[in-house]
Design a protein. Structure first.
Length: 367
């Protein structure tokens, strides 16, 4: 079996292109148990995601989790599924289309597309398509503001594994993080202020919960910077909103298993606030630039039910950035900075390209 994959036919007289790939976590194809089983098998088998001995985890994953969790997860997905499909995929595809327009308005001639780390379209599938279309420079942007080995790094792994199969590799760049990007923070601030215009500002004793996806505490101890980047995002957002320390809390959601995870945990915090007499909480999840199961079901539905059941009176989930104009402008600026030095604004010289093709044919090129 050849080590490298076959190269697509080269067409002389065509200008090499530049592409941008937005990569998010992934989603099942449908809110059904079989689709969830396929998705979870791929997701939870990633050693970046679950860092325990492979043999032990294989038994747990295949013997227990994949026989129990798909049905429960499918029911949750069904509760938030959109007409066009999974919320994460729908919002990512919309962001992709808008970003292409924003970059075009700024004079960039680039292809903008999206991929999913788990599920479809996969990273290798999208990179194959971009290369076949003649793109020689590719910017990969993991849609995770805060870097973690279990999110950003596994996207980079997947792209680099694809590069290992290529004889003629395109030039590739990666965006590592943007947790403290001023435009990103401003976009978050504006979504909160827009929410307060609609629902009123926080009163004395009310809380803004800034909730991030959780990770095992062990990841932090081993050097993963995720916790620190989340804390910085939360601090910068609170400062922009002029919130006092007793008006907001930074928490971590989605704990899984019995091991200690990053704290404080979101669910117990909401329960405790309700019991303590807090009247209202607003919750924002800055680590998610597109709404998904975790924000729409765990935070918007389960979180609300828990807070109200424990004595709280008013609960608001502030939607993710999704297709917000300020966020899309921030995203375009982020991409522009990482395109620096690439000829994304140069227009192809048709006459020069035609001459190049004729010259190539005189030297025996087939096309």
């Amino acid at each position: 079996m050849p080590k490298f994959r076959s190269e697509p036919p080269h067409q002389h007289g065509t200008a090499p292109g530049t592409a941008v790939v937005l990569v998010n976590l992934g989603t099942p194809e449908a809110p059904t148990a079989p689709a969830l089983k396929r998705y979870l098998r791929q997701f939870l088998a990633d050693p970046r995601v679950v860092e325990i001995p492979r043999a032990v985890w294989w038994l747990i994953l295949n013997g227990i989790i994949l026989n129990i969790r798909p049905k429960k997860s499918a029911e949750k997905y069904a509760s938030v599924w959109m007409t066009e499909g999974s919320p994460l995929k729908v919002h990512t595809e919309r962001q992709t289309k808008f970003l292409a327009g924003y970059l075009g308005e700024r004079g960039h001639n680039v292809t903008v597309t999206s991929a999913m780390r788990y599920g479809a379209p996969s990273v290798p599938e999208v990179l194959d398509r971009l290369k076949a279309a003649g793109n020689a420079k590719i910017l990969v942007l993991p849609m995770y503001p805060q870097y973690s080995a279990s999110t950003t790094a596994t996207v980079i792994d997947e792209a680099c594994h694809w590069l290992l199969t290529q004889r003629n590799q395109p030039e590739m760049r990666f965006v590592r993080n943007f947790h403290d990007d001023p435009d990103y923070i401003q976009a978050l601030e504006q979504t909160v202020r827009n929410h307060w215009v609609k629902h009123g500002p926080l009163a004395a004793g009310d809380q803004l919960i800034i909730s991030f996806h959780g990770l095992p505490r062990r990841n932090l101890d081993l050097g993963d910077p995720y916790y620190c980047e989340c804390m910085k995002t939360g601090r910068l957002l609170a400062e922009r909103l002029n919130l006092a320390p007793d008006q907001h809390r930074i928490c971590f959601q989605s704990r899984f298993g019995k091991a200690e995870w990053l704290q404080p945990y979101t669910a117990p915090t909401l329960e405790a606030l309700g019991k303590a007499g807090t009247q209202r909480v607003d919750v924002i999840c800055p680590g998610f630039v597109a709404d998904c199961l975790e924000t729409l079901e765990e935070i918007a539905i389960e979180g609300k039910a828990s807070f109200l059941a424990n004595g709280g009176r008013e609960y608001h989930y502030i939607p993710a950035l999704n297709e917000d104009h300020g966020w899309l402008a921030a995203l375009a600026s982020l991409v522009e900075r990482h395109l620096a030095g690439w000829p994304s604004k140069e227009k192809a010289d048709a006459d020069a390209l035609a001459a190049s093709a004729r010259l190539a044919r005189t030297h025996g090129a087939a096309s």
